[in-house]
Ligand binder design. Structure first.
Ligand code: CXF
Ligand code: ZN
Length: 371
């Protein structure tokens, strides 16, 4: 089937929209007509080759759309269903068995190899294989092949919520909210600081409010984002250029129960660690330079029972957690629509620029109509 896709060839040229061919479906696959896709920093990390996904490639991993066709073994959705997509996983390794698929032992071949896990291409361009199957979807396209394990049917209770709004739930939002609710299991009444107020940080702040953490401190270098963080639930907001650690110490003289880093900057992570109370947890989700090392004082680990926690995808189990988040959104407790700026599919390069300049927290591409 001929479809239009945004092809990424690296950071020396813009994404270009071109015709590609979608492969036939395998028994566990679905063909989705894309309605919208969020853009995430991980797409940019591939463009910049911080992640070794082969180029050229069709990226996009926050897709939402309508199911057109399903393979014979698919149980997650049926033709006509409204769905959101997330990351893919193998379904039979120790992590998948423990409902922790973000740590799938075979994460790379299922998400980042440019092909299906068995090495076969899902996309072709000019008769040659084209890298795709990014996060098991490659959603920067008018149609996508997804898998039974990474598709979630939108519940009827959310039939009034447009798919273009729900699209980012499958990565950035689930990562921030999951880090608070599932990975760190933030407790009511405990102080948390969130470093970096992008999509993941903002989702963490909304989730911290759901968890009834207190205080909830946002740290960023962008004052507009700090103002939005306060609207979403932060009780305090400090500019990182203005002695944020000192101010956090004033608000929380006993230290932080939780510090959540979305920046990936090692000095910020080390500062966050130094602010922890006994039994405190620093959660790290930010993409950092693969060569980076962190320094932590040994006595502070052991003496205070502190934890440094690496977090992927907020420990999401995909379907159930996505439904939980949609539920919070319907109750008005997860108002992530405030983060979104919409762009037409053809404006993908402008959307990326708006995100990288800090103008838009979560760019979402409008790819097709719902009906
Ligand atoms: C991912 C990382 C691996 C688990 C799912 C989410 N982040 C994407 O940007
Ligand atoms: Zn992502």
């Amino acid at each position: 089937m001929e479809v239009k896709a945004a092809v990424c060839s690296g950071n020396t040229e813009p994404f270009t929209i071109r015709n590609v061919t979608l492969d036939d479906l395998r028994p566990d696959e679905l063909r989705i007509r894309m309605v919208a896709s969020g853009i995430c920093h991980t797409d940019m990390a591939v463009r910049d080759q911080q992640l070794p996904v082969p180029l050229p490639v069709v990226l996009g991993h926050e897709g939402a759309g309508i199911v057109e066709e399903v393979g014979s073994n698919v149980t997650s959705a049926q033709p006509g269903d409204r769905v959101v997509m997330s990351f893919n996983s193998c379904g039979h390794c120790p992590s998948c068995d423990a409902e922790a698929p973000t740590y799938c032992y075979d994460f790379f071949p299922h998400n980042w190899s440019g092909t299906r896990a068995d090495g076969s291409p899902t996309l072709f361009a000019d008769g040659e294989p084209m890298n795709g199957n990014f996060f098991g979807q490659s959603s920067f396209a008018t149609y996508a092949i997804a898998h039974d394990r990474n598709v979630v049917k939108v519940p009827d209770s959310a039939s009034d919520i447009p798919l273009e709004r729900l699209a980012p739930i499958g990565c950035g939002l689930m990562t921030g909210a999951g880090a608070v609710l599932r990975s760190m299991k933030v407790r009511a009444g405990m102080p948390i600081a969130v470093f970096g107020a992008g999509t993941v940080g903002m989702a963490a702040i909304m989730a911290a409010k759901i968890a009834e953490a207190n205080p909830i401190i946002a740290v960023d270098v962008n004052d507009e984002r700090l103002a939005l963080a306060k609207e979403l639930g932060a009780t305090h907001a400090f500019n990182g250029r203005d002695d944020a650690p000192g101010k956090i110490r004033e608000v929380c003289p006993q230290g932080l129960g939780y510090a959540f880093d979305t920046t990936g900057i090692n000095t910020v992570i080390e500062q966050a660690w130094s602010l922890l109370a006994p039994k405190g947890v620093v959660g790290m989700v930010g993409a950092s330079d693969p060569a980076d090392e962190l320094n932590f004082n040994e006595a502070m680990f052991m003496g205070g029972g502190r934890t440094v926690m690496g977090i992927l995808g907020g420990d999401s189990d995909v379907g159930p957690f996505m439904l939980e988040l949609i539920g919070y959104h319907l109750e008005g407790r997860f108002p992530f629509e405030k983060l979104i700026g919409y762009f037409d599919f053809g404006q993908i390069n402008e959307a990326i620029e708006a995100s990288e300049s800090g103008k838009v927290v979560k760019p979402v591409l409008r790819i097709g109509n719902e009906s």
